[in-house]
Ligand binder design. Sequence first.
Ligand SMILES: [Zn+2]
Length: 323
Amino acid sequence: MNNMSPDLPPFMNSQAGSPPPMASSGSFAQSMGAFGTMLKIQEAISNKFPSSKVPWKDTRIFLRAHTIESIRSTSLYVFMIRLFKEVGLGEMQLIGYAPMHYVFAVPGCPVCNIYPALHNQKVCVATSDALHRFFKEELELDCTVEETECVKDSGAVCKFKVSLQPISAYKVLLDDNDRLILAGKKPANIEQSELCNRVEILTIYKLLDQGKLSDIGEAYIQFAGSIPFKEKIFDPPWKTAEELKSIVSKHDAFGSAFGEMAAKVQSINSTNTKIPPTPSLSNVSPSSVPSVSHVQGQTAKIKDEAKNASSFAELIAKMKKQN
Ligand SMILES: [Zn+2]
């Protein structure tokens, strides 16, 4: 503890393991600010990552894409980039690709900015860890992640290289038709163009060589034959997000509609007069305007329904039935 800064509490001075110490020569306030920012990122990761599991079906599309442009257009890539931004790790983007190797860059990396006093070392452990966790836990792809360049280490931009462990990548990449092709059989019901496409991808991944099973392919088939992989079928997380979004937009519509109605009843009660004509009601004949007691009754009913309904979708369904 010889290098302990006098203005730092003991827990900030631990040199053991990663991440690097917070601003070891900065001010105490700076250190506490950095500590808080780091905590926020870790908390966001803990909150969002567990609900971000991706089915193999979609990871397969990502793995089959073999140009930077085509990878960037997969749903998984778009989802991942949004997720990393949401947890506070910045605007990540894919800048390099080779089969089983992905290089991501984070221009203006926010993690580096947390350590204003650190220099001559790579400091973005939080980003490396998050990449590893996302690939390993959310995609079920074993991998290694290395920060190959860091702004804090004279780099132009922070860069991270994700290298997939081949057996793990093959496990997710190959579907039943691929396994048939590797076994030398032509799958039924697939077009010639799809067959060519699959052969191309199996060749890129070095499982086929000149149209024949390669040594790697043979070794993998033997290995995989002894371990039956179980593919879980479920919806990708971006589908849930899209559904939630549509429920929220319905909720907003209902909320404002309900608020408007409640406000109307309120004004009726306080002035004890007839409903004043509003722009939207100006063309409605007086007989079609609901009576005060009717509106109050309906409002009370809706309030009760709102209390009892366990989900918003249920509430909407009940309201539809009433009308
Ligand atoms: Zn960095």
